[in-house]
Structure formats: C-alpha cells, structure tokens
Design a protein around this ligand. Structure first.
Ligand code: ADP
Ligand code: MG
Length: 699
C-alpha cells in the first residue's frame, strides 16, 4: 500500500503557492508555527531568508576571547544546570567547548532554557565576555544548532534564520535545506533584464541560492542585494504611482514662466546661485507651470540658502499677477525674512508686507486691506497669516519656513487662504533623499545638498567638566571683544530625579558668578511668546551678551555677532539637533565655536564624535538615524519603514536611490505597467502588496 493510498489523497506537484503544510516534513504543529513567521506557502518558505550569517571570520575560537570583548562562539554543551542564587534569581548555566577551549555561559532568570538546551547540543552564542569567577559569556542571542556537526566546520558559512517558539532554528534550516533545490527550480524571474543590469544585481534564482547557501559572506551579501533591490523597487513603484495619481487629481494654477521678476532678481543678487539652488528653482518652476498643484518639500542644511529659492517661487507667482505668502514660526524669523527680502527686492521695486501679531492696529488694518485687495505682493508673517481676519484676494503661492514647527492644520490653513495655491515647505532637518521619499511619500522633494561657498567652519569640541572654568572664561573673553554667546540646556527646571543642570538655575548661577559683569538673559518655552520675541530682539540688537536657553533657539535665527554656542549635557541631544544649534553661530565673518561641555559616557562620547568631526548635516542625520532609529527621530507613526523585510533604507541608501530612479523611469515609459515586459513584475506586485490593487489594474 502506498502512502498516497493510505491518506486517501495524492498531493499534486508542488508549486510555489502550495500551502506549506503540504510540504514534506511539515505537520500541523509546524505549519501553525510557520504561519507565525509569515510562511504560509512553499514560496514563502523560499523567501524566508536568513537575518544574519556567521563564518570563520565572525566566530571566535573560545580560547581567544577576553574579558570585555563582544564575541560570537560556536561550541558543544558539555555540562549544564540551573543554579539558584541567594536573591531568588535562578540562572541557567552551561559550559560550552570547542577545539580550542571552554567557557561558562550564563543566562540569569531563564531557568526554562534547561528544557530546550541539552547536553551535546551545539550552540552559536553572541554576547559579552565578563569576568566572574573566571571568564563568563553573557549571551545576547543564541541559536541552538542541535547535535550535528554542521555549521561548526570552519570555512562554512552558517545562515541564521528568524525562528519562533515551537520551531527551532534547526528545524527551519532543515526544512529550507530539504526543499531549496526543488523550490528554486520553480522560480521564474520577474524583474525585466534591463533593471537587473542597471542595478547590477543578480537574477532571482541565483540570489535565493546564495542567500540560503552561501560559500562566503560576500556571496550572501550579493544575494541579499538583489532581494533588497526588488523590495525597494516595489515600494518606490507603489509610492511613485500613488504620488502621480494624487498629483493628477490635484488641480492648481498653471503659471507662466515669464522670466520678468525672477530674471531681475537673478541679475541683482550679490552672488551666483549654487548648483543645488538652480536645480531646486528649476524643479519648482516646472511644478508651478504645470496645471497641477505643487506640493513640494525643499530641504537643505542650515545655511544652504533655502530662503532665496522660496523667493524665486514667490516672484514667479507675483509676475503672474498673484499674491505670495511666506510663513515663519516666530515673529523674529518673520522680521528677519522681511528685512532680507526687502534688501533683495529693492532693485525690483517690491516691498514685502509684514503680517505679525505685534503690528499696531493701524498697520495691521493697512496690511489686511492690501492682502484683501488682491494686488500682487509678497506677504511675510507668522501664524497671523492664517488667522481668520487675514484674507487674500488672489493667493497663488505659499511657503512655510521651518515647516516642522507648524502643525499639519496650520500648514493646511495657509494653503486654504487661496484658491489652490502652490505649496512649498522648507525644512532644515536634512534627511537623505531616498529616506525623505519614504517618509514623505506624498510630497515631491527638492534637496539643497550644497552650501554657498566661503563660510567659515565652526570649531567644535567636546570638553570635560574639569574644563568648565576655562570654557566660561573663554566665553567671557569673547564677550569682552564684543561678541555674543548662547548657553543651551536640555531642560528648563531641575528635577529631583536627576542631577541635570537646568536653564533656570544655571541662568541664576551664571548671571551671579562667571558672567556677573555681563548682560545675561533667559529664554525657554514657558516664557510667553511675545516676551520671547522681545528677548530675541534684544539679543539680535546686541543688548544681551549671553543668552541662556533651551532648544527654543534652535529655529533659524540669524545673529551674525554670536560666536559661541555652549551646550551642556550634550548627550541629551540628538546629533541633528546639535547641528541645528551649531547653525546659530558661524553666521558672520568671525571665527565661531561650538563647545559641548560635560563628562559623558564613552558611548555618548563616541556618538558625539560624529557630530564634532563633521559639519555636513546630511551625514549627521544619517548617523543619527543609524544610532537612534527612525522611530525616535520621526515618531513611530511616520516611520512606515517597518514595511521592509530585507532592505534597510539607511544601509541600502545607494541601492534605494537606484531603485527610485528605476521606478521613476519604468513608470514614465509604462505608467500602468501594461507592457508585456512588465507583466510578471506587475503580477508579483499584486501578490505582495495589497495597495497595488488600487494603484494598478492588477490581477
Ligand atoms: P537656510 O537654508 O538656513 O534658511 P538662508 O536662506 O537663511 O539659509 O541663507 C543663509 C545665508 O546664505 C544668507 O545670508 C543668504 O543670503 C546666503 N546665501 C544664500 N544663497 C547664497 C549663495 N548662492 N551664495 C552666497 N550666499 C548665499
Ligand atoms: Mg532658513
């Protein structure tokens, strides 16, 4: 009697969509566990790829590891047991041995491991080596390789798979190994050959073989690269397509590129535009002449010259007979923009209209009347621009400076002041382009990745607590020479829980002691905004020498005479935030300094060294992202990045750029993926991403 007759059913030939439970070696229990790993079909199993690899170059011989090291070892359990401690904690301990020696491994609070780890098992363990009655390894992660020798042979690369309760690594590896050849034989390439060529990645079948059975770490990386590329490509295709559809639906004003005022501005500027500025202006003009409404993010490092780019856009609207508005988060910033713009537009005979809360009643009524009249003009202001009383007769373009300082509602409210004006958001938090595309999928993005020439770098250093007195004396000397300084603290008040220095107490201490002879002021977020503006104005006008503050000063204020930025408890700030703070100095012709003061842990010092040694905001943002993770920087909700299984948009930034370009050019040629060479890709897209159903006519 054959097996088939015994079960009463003959399974058909295996395909990639065969349910996993029909695979040899998978019973109902394993099938359930596989589902928890997202493996429902034979094809899913093939795409269950290792999350890391170990080989001779990553695995240390046990005899070689020393206290303090972070190490990965592979060894056999020669004894084990649970030991209680006096405090009631139970520790699972094992002694693990390889050809070179043995070491004790200890899992505090995990006595249950006694059931899953047996004497004779081979374990792969990563952890830190401590000294505790001799060397001891404290595991961060371990994989039970079972009782076979495989994987311990030197020279062989070990693929480590995500496992789950009830389905050990060993079983997963066994299953994949058993079915790999059969399943790979069923795989058909779905990416068009020219895309593989452009991205320089391998065909699918070969890549899958390499990720599951690499001969070297380099092979594994080659295989992974293809899978990461296809994932990035698919995500970019979906985003791009969604984006195009949204844009097509967005009616707007089709401006005419008259080159009247814009050419005049260009001719009268005291400097040439940087290449990046020229590119951004061109992108914006293209948007504005199209009949679709512009939704564009302009991002660039502090000092990259975003204001002028926005000004070109504003003039394009004005020369078409429309009104433009530029909104800034603080009065001071609005005033600063107004005075810059007044200077630049003087030769053109245009004066900006300032709209803030501190206009007199008469001034405000006059401003309101001009906005309402619909005459072409540039309004510059604060959120006063979106107040109910403010009405524009013919608003055609709006720009929002330091856009992250405004809520979504306020940004929208400004756009709603006109009949679908074009919108430009300015952001000084530089995010790598491919990331910005992932984060702000519905916006077009222009990047100023080049700084105007000739600016002096800010001397930056981390100084220990013991240098406090010298640092304060240094600041005092700068003030003596007529310069000004910022001193920034992470918190407003001291709390009982920490011994962290706070702005209010340090303000009193500094004003009474080291800076007793100086004019010192305090600025933080709980001070009413009118008073904050007054203080900032005084600082701008040189009536205050030392400004003790929290990060409220982070926003783009320009006091050329300020030459020192002192940051206390620097470990409490993100690197990008420190970079923004540093951007407050170095705005004039004088040498400027950014000093981080405090005794920080070695880890914090290492992190801060990225900031100290680097003045490129994009690089710093990248490092920040790598160190703190997306969620931390952008809030969990915005970081839809978790959708990636293989790719890592940070590590794979170059690949992501290539994928983005590929996606863009594919959709240019074939917007709905209808051409035969894209049929296979479209099918897979439809299978993998639910969203594709609404975006392409798939399936
Ligand atoms: P941010 O991007 O930080 O908002 P700004 O627009 O305030 O930068 O510009 C910073 C400074 O650089 C301003 O003083 C501005 O006049 C100057 N600037 C802008 N573009 C150029 C350029 N192409 N060449 C020289 N200086 C420039
Ligand atoms: Mg700015």
């Amino acid at each position: 009697m054959s097996a088939g007759a015994a079960t009463g059913a003959r399974p058909g030939p295996i395909t990639l969509s065969t349910p996993a439970k029909l695979l040899k070696g998978v019973g109902p229990v394993r099938a359930e566990a596989l589902k928890r790993l997202g493996v429902f079909t034979a094809g899913d199993l093939l795409f269950h790829i290792p999350h890391r690899y170990e080989d001779a170059s990553t695995i240390s011989p046990i005899s070689s590891i020393e206290t303090g090291m972070d190490a990965t070892i592979v060894g056999r359990v020669i004894s084990k047991g649970v030991i209680p401690t006096r405090k009631g904690l139970r520790i699972f301990q094992a002694v693990v041995k390889d050809e070179t020696g043995m070491i004790e491994v200890s899992w505090p609070g995990q006595p249950f491991l006694d059931r899953s780890i047996s004497k004779g098992d081979v374990l792969l363990i990563t952890g830190t080596v401590r000294f505790f009655h001799g060397r001891q390894l404290q595991p961060r992660e371990y994989v039970n390789l079972g009782d076979d020798e495989e994987g311990t042979d030197s020279g062989r690369v070990l693929a480590v798979y995500p496992a789950t309760e009830g389905l050990s690594f060993k079983v997963i590896r066994g299953l994949i190994d058993a079915h790999l050849d059969g399943l790979i034989a069923l795989v058909e390439e779905y990416l068009p050959p020219d895309l593989l060529r452009v991205a320089a990645v391998l065909p699918l079948a070969e890549s899958l073989r390499l990720v599951h059975r690499p001969q070297s770490l380099a092979e594994a990386a080659r295989g992974r690269e293809r899978l990461a590329f296809e994932e990035l490509l698919f995500v970019h295709l979906l985003r791009r397509r969604a984006h195009i559809l949204a844009r097509e639906k967005r009616e707007g004003i089709a401006f005419e590129n008259r080159r009247d005022l814009t050419s005049k501005l260009k001719a009268s500027l005291p400097f040439p535009l940087t290449g990046a500025q020229t590119r951004a202006v061109r992108e914006i003009v293209m948007d504005m002449v199209s009949p679709h409404r512009m939704h564009r993010l302009l991002q660039g490092d502090v000092g990259s010259g975003k204001t002028i780019v926005a000004l070109f856009a504003a003039l394009l609207a004005i020369e078409n007979g429309y009104q433009s508005a530029l909104m800034a988060p603080t009065e001071l910033l609005a005033e600063q923009h107004a005075s810059t713009v007044r200077r630049l537009l003087e030769p053109l005979g245009i004066t900006p209209v300032l709209v803030t809360g501190s206009l007199t009643g008469k001034e405000r009524r006059e401003a309101d009347a001009r906005l309402r009249s619909g005459e072409p003009l540039l309004a510059i202001g604060t959120h006063a621009l979106v107040q109910q009383r403010t009405a524009f007769g013919r608003l055609g373009f709006v720009a929002v400076d330091e856009q992250h300082r405004f809520g979504v509602e306020q940004r929208k409210a400004l756009g709603a002041k006109g009949d679908r004006p074009d919108v430009l958001l300015l952001s000084a938090t530089p995010i790598p382009r491919s990331l910005a595309l992932t984060l702000y999928g519905d916006l077009d993005v222009s990047v100023l990745d080049e700084r105007p020439p000739g600016r002096l770098p800010v001397t930056t250093a981390l100084r220990p607590e013991s240098a406090r007195e010298r640092v304060l004396q240094f600041i005092d000397r700068e003030v003596e020479h007529g310069r000004q300084a910022y001193v920034v603290y992470p918190v407003i008040d001291e709390s009982e829980k920490t011994d962290m220095k706070a702005a209010t107490t340090m303000y009193s201490a500094l004003a009474a002691g080291p800076f007793a002879r100086r004019r010192v002021a305090l600025l933080h977020g709980r001070i009413a905004s009118e008073e904050r503006d007054t203080i900032m104005r005084q600082f701008r006008d040189g009536e205050i020498d030392v400004l003790v503050a929290t990060t409220v000063i982070e926003v783009g204020i320009d006091v050329a005479n300020a030459t020192v930025m002192l940051v206390e408890h620097p470990e409490r700030f993100g690197l990008s935030q420190l970079h923004q703070l540093r951007g407050r100095v170095g705005r004039g012709a004088d040498a400027s300094y950014c000093i981080l003061l405090g005794d920080v842990s070695p880890e914090a010092a290492e992190r801060l060294s990225v900031f100290v040694g680097n003045d490129d905001g994009f690089e710093i943002a990248r490092a920040d992202l790598r160190l703190r993770g997306m969620g931390d920087l952008f809030g969990e909700r915005q970081s839809g990045i978790a959708t990636f299984r293989v790719a890592d948009p940070l590590r794979d930034e170059r690949l992501s750029d290539v994928a983005h370009e590929a996606a863009t050019s594919v959709l240019e040629k074939d917007p709905e993926l209808e051409q035969p060479e894209h049929a296979a890709m479209r099918r897979v897209l439809g299978e993998r991403y639910e969203r594709s159903l609404e975006l392409f006519r798939v399936g």
